[in-house]
Design a protein around this ligand. Sequence first.
Ligand SMILES: Nc1nc2c(ncn2[C@@H]2O[C@H](COP(=O)(O)OP(=O)(O)OP(=O)(O)O)[C@@H](O)[C@H]2O)c(=O)[nH]1
Ligand SMILES: [Mg+2]
Ligand SMILES: [Zn+2]
Length: 314
Amino acid sequence: MIKAKIFRSSKRVFDCRINDTNEIVPATVYREVMKKNHPVVGDNIIIQQNSESADYEITEIENRENEIFRRIVRSNKKKVIASNVDVILIVTSVSNPRYKPFLLDRYLARAVQWDIPAAIVFNKMDEYADDFELEFEIEKFKSLGVSLFFLNSEEPEDPRFRDDFLELQGLLNNKTAICLGQSGVGKSKLITSLSDGKTELLSSRLAKKVNKGAHTTTWAEIVDCENFLMIDSPGVRTLSLQDIAAEELPSLFPDLSEIFSKCKFSDCKHEDNSKGCFFHTLDEDILDERIHLNRIYSYLKLKEEIESIPEWEK
Ligand SMILES: Nc1nc2c(ncn2[C@@H]2O[C@H](COP(=O)(O)OP(=O)(O)OP(=O)(O)O)[C@@H](O)[C@H]2O)c(=O)[nH]1
Ligand SMILES: [Mg+2]
Ligand SMILES: [Zn+2]
């Protein structure tokens, strides 16, 4: 019985890293195991060496802490992409690409759905030009209890952002993380600097893997960054929330649940013309209330988008 972790998956063969030796070996899966659960990247597993062929076989998958998944709405099935993630790093740029106020709420909704702690990285702080209300955004996400980091990933030595950089490095130590964020916000750069340059750029690794047809959407792998592990999956990086059901959405904004209950009607849609909606009584000039208004706006935008997708497409 050898303890290991799945680092890379394909249809039949899994690259597994043996805990004790860090050696990576290919392993196939016992049919009995496959029947119960399809193994995914991040799974902690038991492997055994076949006494005749010397091949490794996965004989057991340990219970998962959590799962990165998409839901197939039609059949209400889960498609699991990876497992056992300690933290989701949501990366945003404060300059170029410009900051998109409601995008972070979407990533946070995902983190809630997957039940994984999230931290937000405001990257490219060296280029921040005071062209949006960063202070308000900070207050908002602080009130949600999310850890925030302000970084210059291009220059990790930059003394203005050095403390945050070191703190984030400390937070990631010995953890498994996943990075979410739009293209160009600096995810690859961030990972390279956090690993003190020891990791080759994810993008160069990726270049070899893309365009493999149907596999590209589900493929995932773990990249060893020495002091932490990073899960990389194109299927996760492109963030569409098509697979979230409208009924599920309120539960993904837990900070609003108490406020939802203050509306006069339990089926309140919280829209401009909704009678007795508590949100109409909130005051934009009071910070807490402005935060709630901002979050409900984000919620409604997302709801509208989800509802505009025909059921059969989900
Ligand atoms: N000034 C500045 N530039 C940065 C910073 N972080 C990254 N960049 C630059 O921004 C550009 C995009 O960075 P990437 O790391 O490739 O962005 P990415 O998020 O990995 O993008 P995709 O791989 O397309 O998803 C590169 O030219 C980086 O050098 C930063 O903190 N400050
Ligand atoms: Mg990249
Ligand atoms: Zn309401």
